[in-house]
Design a protein. Structure first.
Lengths: 269, 421
């Protein structure tokens, strides 16, 4: 399976423009960027992809071994960069993907002209020893995993095939499946663990590419002190706080988000 | 159901009442119920601004939660009512999907009541848009899902239980299968041997079997067969066939006599219900001459013929016509043949799981013709290369292989001087 099909890579926008690579977080797929992409297309080459296990990626390429750490996903990001061979990209990583960008950039700084970390959190779980506050306890995360289980059982339309258990009749699942953000429940469970149980605080200090941390107002998942922590740890990085509320500014405030991306990615023009 | 306004209108009036009065009363009841219908609906109603701040909430939901309107309206977000795990789910799944689709339904969440209890609910939301299509606010209905959640938990438990049982069955089958095959093939001096067993379904034990074992000095016996049927009953026959063949070969190694003994044993075993039949090839290998080479004597009871791939690249079936299924008749006809394997020759035995595999061949099966062509392409070859090529071939069939497949290959290695040519 080639990298483009594996990650359902799409390249759009202005050929020859500065390159912006948009990476979606846990819970959805590249559709997350659909309101932002049209705003960037006139000026930028926009690279979109689905993480393996999400959206239209190749599910057969998923293995628990590769994708149970942020590193496996970071490798995919680098492989996409190599495959497209477009030169250094401005990587925009939302939520857990921000940390994939951090890991990838520490491994191969030359692949990136900049990192825009959108609503990032290097560690969701509080660490009383160091005084770090990620906002959640281990029990909270277990509760999320239960939430996933109960919704994947079928009351959420996302996971109808699981409860019908009827692979011979895929139309049952097709009919009931959301048109966006499709995920396989087993994969989602592993991705949830990667997202919410990883601790990438150590990697931050090794980032050597220009970095902008963009956090949201009133984000229940990545509170302001987490954004400040990320900015303090990454040498030479800056921090902005968007007016957008919630954890998904690319949906809640696409114009503001696109403007922030454009200002950062176009800074060298 | 939330919608109750249609019921009264379609119900009609009892025959002995005053139609006019009844209807007027009904209308009056319905007309002044708009507010009441919202506040005391049998489900919770909630409206929030786009960022989730609660703007309006009905009495039913307030009562479920134990709050007053003033506690929540303008002060709290919808996600504040959720458990922490639910809030994470809301932020990562529910919210994004709602934004993208404009609606989302039947999401299982838990609400936290004022006194700390949890209320399992099913939530459906839509985004209300203005005349210009701009999103204005989010409307949400909330259904009490305590009963359903109990049922759902039971369903999940049953599913996990069945997943565990299936795993257990797979392990059991794999173990049983292993006991029916030799753990390793014995070493026959001057002969390369390779075998492979392809399991078609992890849920059932297949009925294929093979073995290679030493007999009186300088002779080796081998067999490869296929018991009719699958599962535990077939496994029992497989086990019986295997041990009978080993014992019969010691008693009288003549291949036809060995199969005749097996036929008698299986025929006696038949109780009129479960089938006790198999197809099988039994053979003897005897080193022949100083140049390297083996004399092979074969007997077949209804089994697909062996394939001979010569050192000169020629390949053909080694026919054993007329051999009958073992175990059906008191006296089965058994076909015999013999052949000499010279250096570079390869003898290949298989069960029909290979040729019966669903493929693009004639009548949708791979077929004997295709296998012969495959062998002709392959020859000259070695035992190991033959088995490797067959494994690759089986891989290309994927799920088209619906029966277990066993293969066994013998090859007399070429002399080292020939290899260098």
């Amino acid at each position: 399976m080639d990298v483009r099909s594996r990650n359902h890579v799409r390249v759009t926008g202005r050929t020859g423009g500065p390159i912006v690579m948009l990476a979606h977080g846990f819970g959805c797929d590249q559709n997350m960027w659909r309101l932002v992409v049209p705003l960037l297309e006139p000026d930028f080459t926009v690279v979109l992809f689905d993480h393996v296990g999400a959206g239209n990626s190749d599910l057969a390429s998923w293995s628990e071994r590769r994708y149970s750490t942020v590193d496996g996903y970071a490798e995919d990001v680098l492989e996409i960069c190599h495959e497209l061979a477009l030169g250094p990209v401005t990587f925009v990583g939302h939520s857990v993907s921000a940390m994939m960008g951090v890991v990838a950039a520490t491994q191969e700084p030359g692949a990136f002209s900049g990192l825009l970390l959108l609503a990032p959190s290097p560690c969701f779980i509080d660490d009383p020893v160091s005084g770090y506050r990620g906002g959640f306890s281990a029990a909270d995360i277990e509760e999320l995993l239960e939430s996933l289980d109960s919704n994947y059982l079928g009351w959420s339309r996302a996971m109808a095939p699981v409860i019908t258990g009827n692979p011979e009749r895929p139309e049952l699942g097709e009919e009931l499946t959301n048109s966006f953000c499709r995920t396989d429940p087993d994969i989602a469970r592993v991705f949830a663990r990667v997202t919410f149980l990883s601790d990438n605080r150590e990697s931050l200090a090794h980032v050597r590419v220009p970095t902008l941390v963009a956090q949201c107002s009133r984000d229940a998942i990545a509170p302001p002190e987490v954004g400040a922590f990320v900015q303090a740890r990454i040498p030479g990085s800056s921090l902005i706080t968007l007016n957008a509320t919630g954890h998904c500014p690319q949906l809640a405030a696409p114009e503001e988000t696109a403007a922030a991306i454009a200002a950062f990615a176009g800074a060298g023009l | 159901m939330c919608r109750t306004d249609g019921n009264g209108k379609s119900g009609g009036s009892p025959p002995d009442s005053q139609p006019g009065d009844e209807q007027a009363m009904f209308s009056a009841l319905l007309e002044d119920s708009a507010e009441d219908l919202y506040e005391h609906a049998p489900c919770g109603y909630l409206s929030t601004t786009l960022d989730g701040r609660i703007a309006k909430i009905n009495r039913t939901l307030l009562d479920w939660l134990g709050y007053e309107s003033s506690d929540l309206v303008g002060r709290r977000d919808f996600s504040d009512l959720l458990t922490v795990g639910g809030r994470l789910y809301h932020e990562t799944h529910f919210g994004p999907l709602l934004r993208m689709q404009g609606t989302i339904s039947g999401i299982a969440l838990e609400l936290k009541t004022a006194d700390g209890d949890r209320l399992p609910v099913l939530v459906t939301s839509i985004i209300r848009t203005g005349s210009d299509g701009q999103p204005l606010l989010i409307r949400t209905t909330v259904f009490d899902a305590r009963d359903r959640r109990t049922y759902e938990a039971e369903l999940l438990r049953a599913r996990q239980e069945s997943d565990r049982e299936r795993e257990r069955l797979k392990r059991l089958n794999a173990t049983l299968q292993k006991t029916l095959l030799p753990p390793t093939l014995v070493d026959v001096p001057g002969l390369d041997v390779a075998a492979y067993y392809h399991v078609a379904s992890a849920d059932e034990v297949g009925g294929d079997f093979y073995d290679l074992f030493p007999l009186a000095s300088g002779t080796w016996g081998f067999f490869l067969g296929d018991v009719c049927g699958k599962g535990a009953a077939a496994a029992a026959v497989t086990s019986l066939a295997r041990y009978t063949l080993r014992a019969a070969a010691v008693y009288d190694p003549d291949p036809a006599a060995v199969l005749a003994n097996l036929n008698t044993v299986l025929n006696h075993e038949y109780n009129g219900q479960d089938p006790r039949f198999c197809t099988v090839i039994f053979g003897l290998l005897t080193p022949d001459g100083d140049e390297g080479g083996f004399q092979v004597t074969l007997a077949s009871g209804g089994h697909p013929p062996a394939l001979l791939m010569r050192s000169d690249g020629h390949a053909d079936y080694l026919p054993t016509p007329g051999g009958q299924l073992i175990g059906v008749l008191p006296d089965a006809d058994i076909a015999t043949t013999s052949v000499r394997l010279d250096p570079g020759d390869t003898l290949f035995l298989h069960t029909d799981g290979l040729t019966e595999a669903h493929s693009v061949g004639a009548d949708g099966r791979y077929g004997d013709e295709a296998l012969l062509e495959f062998a002709q392409e392959l020859a000259p070859t070695t035992a190991r290369d033959t088995v490797a090529a067959i494994r690759d071939l089986l891989d290309t069939f994927g799920t088209g292989v619906d029966d277990d497949t066993a293969v066994l290959a013998f090859n007399v290695p070429r002399h080292s001087s020939e290899e260098q040519m």
